[in-house]
Design a protein around this ligand. Structure first.
Ligand SMILES: Cc1cc2nc3c(=O)[nH]c(=O)nc-3n(C[C@H](O)[C@H](O)[C@H](O)COP(=O)(O)OP(=O)(O)OC[C@H]3O[C@@H](n4cnc5c(N)ncnc54)[C@H](O)[C@@H]3O)c2cc1C
Length: 447
């Protein structure tokens, strides 16, 4: 054998050997390993988004859900053949909103809500405003932020604004019900609790408010497809022992996984319904304690006949009384005479104590003060999120003294434990798209 020939043989052998240990064969070897196990706690939008994403990447995913249904705060109820959304109804901005894209693809319609025209009534009579009565107040909030002093509540800002502009008692009372509609039902909190410094500092998706018809849960069904979901499985213990995560349910079932995603609402974390071992770090505990859950109560009123005018919202000024002060006209969407009333904060909590008959009667008492031909509602459908022990409120907000960055503190991973949900994103908190995107964020944390 010549020297050249033996070199050639050696090179061929090396090439042949290398072709046996290619990246593909390495990959094949890896694929023979069982896929990493992931447990997701909570089958709301955030948990399902994370679970679906990870399952598609080849992980072995188990979702544990406390309730007997999936979707969490996306929940509809069908009464007399009509579907009412008890949780989320709107997409807040459908431009570059992946959740809006899913809904459209799955067959939902997104109908713009302009929140205008609004008609105003006082002492039973229509009144008019030349311009938006609250415009000056909103710029006043921005001025207060620029002063950069100690954080105060929006109620304090309101009082200072009223004083500076020498508003009469009548004006103060009237505009207070508009603020209840504009700000309190948006945050789910009373003005006296909302941080002025952090108000509307989060990001906003473009495209305006769109009411989802055809079922918000189309997104839930899409995300839950082919997932392994165990209902009626409330988790009460999560332990990271250094090698694995151990998850225990209230019924005593024990599961283990490489990583666990906690996608339960802020209220559940605050109540301490789940014990973490080791204890969560103090910055995270502080953030969980400091941010707050708001309350939003929805009342859908369905009537035999429409007795109100064509307006988006009917506002009724009632001497500093913020209950039953704004009725949203859903007739153009439902194609049936339906009004929706939102109540926030303490009002929402107190309405949860009442029956639907009592609530319908209260609404009717107000409506007949402005419409002589008003009738009692034929159907009343209401929500109860504060009393729901696996939600404990509607969605998070920043109270006086807390800050938006606390959302990110809650969202940071801790060992094998990851956190998703509307309360884990300072970018889009309190929304469905925020919850959905937080699910994708945690899915990407896991390697
Ligand atoms: C009345 C109301 C109106 C709203 N309107 C809008 C709107 O129009 N537009 C909008 O963008 N957003 C709206 N939202 C907010 C939006 O619905 C939420 O931000 C979003 O759905 C939250 O998703 P999530 O995955 O973070 O939490 P959730 O949907 O609450 O999911 C958490 C899940 O965890 C489960 N869970 C709790 N504890 C445990 C446990 N111990 N073990 C296992 N599982 C547990 C719960 O049962 C639940 O299924 C509204 C919310 C409410 C209540």
């Amino acid at each position: 054998m010549t020297k050249n020939l033996s070199v050639k043989i050696i090179i061929s052998l090396v090439i042949a050997l290398a072709s046996v240990i290619t990246p593909e064969t390495n990959l094949l070897a890896c694929h023979k390993l069982p896929p990493k196990k992931i447990i997701v706690v909570g089958a709301g939008l955030s948990g399902l988004a994370a679970a679906q994403n990870l399952q598609q990447k080849g992980y072995d995913v188990l979702v544990l859900e406390a309730k007997d249904y999936i979707g969490g705060r996306v929940k509809s109820e069908t009464v007399n053949g009509e579907r009412y959304e008890l949780g989320a109804s709107w997409i807040h901005g459908d431009k570059n909103n992946p959740l809006a894209d899913i809904l459209k693809k799955e067959g939902a319609s997104l109908i713009p809500t302009e929140w205008s025209p609004i008609v105003y009534y006082k002492n039973g009579k229509r009144i008019e405003f030349a311009e938006d009565p609250l415009e000056g107040f909103y710029s006043h909030i921005e001025d207060i932020k620029e002063e950069n002093g100690k954080d105060i509540s929006l109620d304090e800002v309101w009082s200072a604004f009223a004083k500076k502009n020498k508003l009469t008692i009548d004006e103060i009372n009237d505009f207070r019900s508009l603020l209840a509609f504009d700000i309190e039902t948006e945050t789910g909190a009373d003005l006296k609790n909302i941080s002025a410094r952090e108000y509307e500092e989060e990001q906003e998706m473009k495209g305006g408010d769109k009411l989802v018809t055809g079922g918000y849960d189309l997104a839930i069904k899409y995300l839950a497809k082919n997932l392994n979901i165990k209902l009626n499985s409330a988790v009460n213990k999560i332990e990271d022992d250094g090698d694995k995560a151990i998850v225990t349910t209230a019924a005593g079932e024990v599961f283990s996984a490489s990583e666990v995603i906690v996608a339960v609402p802020l209220g559940v974390l605050q109540k301490g319904s789940i014990t973490f071992t080791p204890e969560l770090p103090s910055y995270k505990q502080k953030a969980i304690k400091s941010l707050q859950m708001g309350n939003l109560h929805k009342t859908f009123l369905s009537f035999e006949k429409k007795f109100w005018e064509d307006a988006d919202v009917i506002s009724i000024f009632k001497n500093n009384e913020t209950k039953w002060s704004s009725f949203i006209n859903l007739e153009p969407v439902f194609k049936k005479p339906v009004l929706l009333v939102l109540h926030a904060g303490e009002n929402a909590k107190s309405l949860e104590q009442k029956t639907e008959i009592e609530i319908g009667q209260e609404a009717y008492e107000t409506l007949k003060t402005i419409y002589p031909n008003a009738m009692e509602p034929s159907t009343v459908v209401t929500s109860k999120w504060h009393a729901d022990s696996f939600t404990l409120g509607s969605y998070s907000y920043v109270p006086v003294g807390a800050s938006l960055t606390m959302y990110d503190d809650i969202g940071k991973p801790f060992g094998r434990i990851h956190f998703a949900g509307e309360h884990t994103t300072s970018e889009y908190p309190s929304t469905t798209h925020g919850a959905y995107l937080s699910g994708l964020r945690v899915a990407n944390e896991i390697q």
